[in-house]
Write a new protein. Structure first.
Length: 112
């Protein structure tokens, strides 16, 4: 019997699965703060203290204006927040690593 058939199958668990937390609109409503960021969510116990980022999802209702700094949001959640006069200041996109092939081509073009 081959080794891969003898070993138990455990499945795949992403090592980054707990780093981005989901926040409902109803959680923002209960929070009571006008300006919400990841630190305020951690302090209120809405997200885990290990969460590096949070994303607002369309679940529940919001009736007051809130400003979300550094949080991303789904299209529906963004529309609901802006409809009541709030704003979402999404985090800046991370800079991509330079393409190794493109940089290698550029280096060879500069040499010759």
């Amino acid at each position: 019997m081959p080794l891969q058939r003898r070993l138990p199958k455990r499945g795949f668990v992403s090592p980054t699965r707990g780093l981005v937390a989901e926040v409902r609109l109803s959680d923002l409503e209960r929070l009571g703060a006008d300006v919400v960021d990841i630190d305020a969510l951690r302090a209120a116990g809405v997200v885990s203290r290990f969460a590096l980022a949070a994303k607002v999802i369309l679940s529940g209702k919001i009736s007051r204006a809130v400003t979300c700094n550094g949080l991303s949001a789904t299209k529906g959640a963004l529309a609901a927040i802006t409809a009541v006069g709030g704003a979402v200041n999404a985090p800046a996109p991370k800079a991509d690593k330079p393409n190794a092939k493109a940089s290698a081509k550029a280096k060879t073009a500069m040499k010759g």
